[in-house]
Design a binder for this molecule. Structure first.
Ligand code: ZN
Length: 583
């Protein structure tokens, strides 16, 4: 009898873990059927799928993977019930010895004497797992084995190199198809590849995690920053710029030394210890402290496009998405306690406005008190409640990430959703009662007494770097015109048309557009292909006809061939597209 389960839960991280652990078990079972000598190490669920590390006399190939998949399909069709069987440590050890599984023996031996263990049995197979797993093998309806890699036993180079098989699985075939499709898309959109093709930035071997911006990358960066500055000035923010290097004492006062040291770089000046800022807050606190504020001055909004350095492990670096130096579009706002809610709502609205200019949807996550928190439980509850109320007042749905807050306060994180459904943590709003205390910040109240202001830290883009990376992948490099480094590419058909091309470029530039002329002695088709690869927004080929008339033949990076336009009409169309920040 086949029991059809329509809805295997697959929403939360925990549900996915159960699903992928079960898939790993099925893969192991298939491996044992095909290779009776296989030795199993570990086979966990990971963020995206599952793997199993195995020791096998032969090197597996892609052809072997499809055989293993076939066997897994059989196990799924057999619809075997999966049963949890608690065992003592001794029983587990006995079973591992009987099955000649040396890695399992080592794992069991490393556990405490009184450890409670569980085997999960399905059909002839059983595996040592913490669980839980799904009830039946038939629930894993769609899966694919993705790749084979080498992995040292227990992650140490001193140990034997094992083979790691990665897989992914879903409750429905359509979900697997979509996932595989998105993988192809993600590869096609990889900002590191597109960044090279557009000549935007590079990552020199001399600076791992330190991006080097090229002229065209700077255009995008500067456009983003000007847009940001304009909006913030409208919203009554005042810009500051705080030093990159500040005395180490300051970082003791701020709490960074105790709670953030491992992410910081240090240096020495004239025999004194200094730190390179990983955050802009302490500098902003110094700016606030320079004078006495009155309640009438509040809120004080100090914004800063702050250049910070944070140490990240080399393995986690990823193009512009995870770097060791970046510019945060930061602001520190000091306010009266009764202004907190209104200010929070204004910030959330500002973030929403900015994201919608790029057409992004997003999800909000409230991250609460972490292990290494400073400050009283009361302050934390008060701050968390304020954040909650602000989003709820605005009718915004949010998830909660327990323990995900900054060490000085809880936060709302904004995760952008890109066109292939991935999310990227970008904006953040953090409420902080601690730093004002640590730096003894005050303002004069209506009663003439000194009071403690509340502080908000917030970013919208998060970092210019990551935001640029997300934009490039989201738009596949075909950026909205206002951001495009080359808005009009003018290609001359042959040398005798160069003059016309340069003259046209001058005219278009005079209208406020960014142009580039390709007057190289190359075939027109080749030059056009290069311009397309560089994602130049509009391409105009200048030949005989253009030299004698005012009509332009236009190709757009987004729409392809657009036909002919009178020059003035073309320019006006682009000006409008830029002014509207059209998508
Ligand atoms: Zn801050």
């Amino acid at each position: 009898m086949t029991i059809i389960r329509q809805n295997t839960p697959f929403e939360t991280a925990e549900e996915k873990k159960i699903f992928w652990e079960t898939s790993s078990q099925i893969m192991a079972q298939a491996l044992l059927r095909l290779y009776p000598d296989v030795k199993f190490a570990i086979g966990p669920a990971i963020d995206n799928g599952f793997y199993y590390d195995i020791d096998l006399g032969q090197r597996l190939t892609d052809a072997d993977l499809s055989q293993i998949e076939d066997e897994m399909r059989r196990i799924v069709r057999e619809d075997l019930p999966i049963v949890c069987r608690p065992v003592t440590r001794m029983e587990a050890l006995g079973e591992a010895v009987a099955k000649n599984q040396p890695y399992k023996i080592e794992i069991i031996n490393s556990l405490p004497q009184d450890a409670q263990l569980t085997f999960f049995d399905d059909g002839e197979f059983s595996d040592l797992r913490v669980g839980p797993l799904l009830e039946r093998t038939s629930q894993v309806r769609a899966f694919k084995l993705m790749s084979i890699a080498g992995a040292y036993w227990r992650g140490s180079e001193k140990n034997k190199m094992l083979q790691r098989i990665y897989g992914i699985s879903f409750p429905k075939p359509s979900m697997l198809d979509e996932y595989l499709q998105n993988l192809v898309e993600a590869k096609r959109r990889d900002h590191r590849k597109i960044g090279r093709e557009m000549d935007l930035f590079m990552f020199p071997a001399e600076g791992p995690g330190f991006p080097l911006y090229l002229p065209k990358g700077m255009v995008i960066r500067n456009e983003l920053m000007s847009f940001w500055k304009e909006l913030h000035s409208e919203k009554k923010y005042n810009e500051i710029r705080t030093p990159i290097i500040l005395n180490e004492d300051l970082w003791h006062t701020s709490g960074h030394w105790d709670h953030y040291k491992e992410h910081m770089y240090f240096t020495d000046i004239d025999g004194d210890a200094y730190a390179i800022k990983p955050m802009n807050c302490p500098g902003a606190l110094l700016a606030y402290k320079r004078r006495m504020y009155s309640y009438r001055d509040m809120p004080v909004r100090l914004s800063e496009l702050g250049h910070v350095h944070r140490h990240e492990p080399s393995g986690s670096l990823h193009g512009l998405m995870r770097v060791r130096e970046f510019t945060q579009d930061d602001a520190h706002i000091f306010m009266l306690p009764e202004q907190v809610k209104g200010e929070l709502k204004d910030i959330i609205k500002l973030i929403d406005d900015i994201y919608s200019v790029f057409g992004f949807s997003y999800k909000v996550v409230l991250a609460t008190r972490p292990q290494n928190a400073i400050g009283s439980a009361e302050d934390w509850t008060r701050a968390q409640d304020a954040l909650k109320e602000a989003v709820e007042d605005l009718g915004i749905e949010y998830d909660i990430a327990p323990g995900g807050g900054a060490f000085y306060g809880p936060k709302l994180d904004f995760h952008l959703r890109d066109c292939i459904g991935r999310t990227w943590q970008c904006g953040t709003v953090q409420l902080d009662f601690q730093m004002p205390q640590r730096f003894d910040l005050t303002y004069t109240g209506a009663d003439g007494e000194k009071h403690r202001p509340v502080m908000i830290h917030r970013t919208v883009f998060g970092s210019i770097e990551r935001f640029m990376g997300v934009l490039i992948e989201h738009f596949e490099g075909k950026l909205p015109l206002w951001l495009a480094p080359v808005q009009v590419k003018i290609i001359s058909v042959s040398e005798k048309h160069n003059e016309t091309a340069w003259k046209l470029a001058d005219e278009i530039e005079a209208a406020g557009l960014r142009t580039e002329v390709d007057a190289r002695n190359e075939k027109t088709g080749y030059k056009v292909r290069e311009a397309i690869l560089a994602r130049d927004s509009y391409i105009i080929v200048v030949g005989e006809k253009e030299a004698t008339s005012d009509m332009l033949t236009v190709r757009s990076s987004k729409a392809g061939d657009m036909g002919e336009f009178p020059k003035t009409e073309f320019i006006a169309m682009l000006q409008k597209e830029i002014a509207e920040k059209a998508l």
